[in-house]
Design a protein around this ligand. Structure first.
Ligand SMILES: [Zn+2]
Length: 78
């Protein structure tokens, strides 16, 4: 399955995504793609940032509203 890694901030809002074929199957590598420095990755992990592999249907449902700025997270924040 060709999936997408999504990057989720501590509020549960999807902040970015990258195709699985560019980073492979490991969450650690996906995190590295967004956050190159190990110290920053440790800080983000402690803050609650997560990276999840999703298929296209789940990407549409969970990531798309966030990435186009029309999700519940952003409405709650503003
Ligand atoms: Zn969101």
């Amino acid at each position: 399955m060709a999936g997408f890694w999504i990057r989720i901030n501590p509020d549960g809002c999807v902040d970015g995504s990258v195709h699985e074929k560019f980073v492979g199957p490991l969450a650690e590598d996906a995190h590295k793609e967004f956050t190159p420095r190990v110290a920053d990755r440790r800080r983000e992990a402690a803050q609650g940032w997560r990276h999840e592999l999703v298929d296209h249907a789940e990407w549409d449902r969970r990531a798309k509203p966030c990435l186009i700025g029309q999700c519940q997270h952003r409405k709650a924040a503003s």
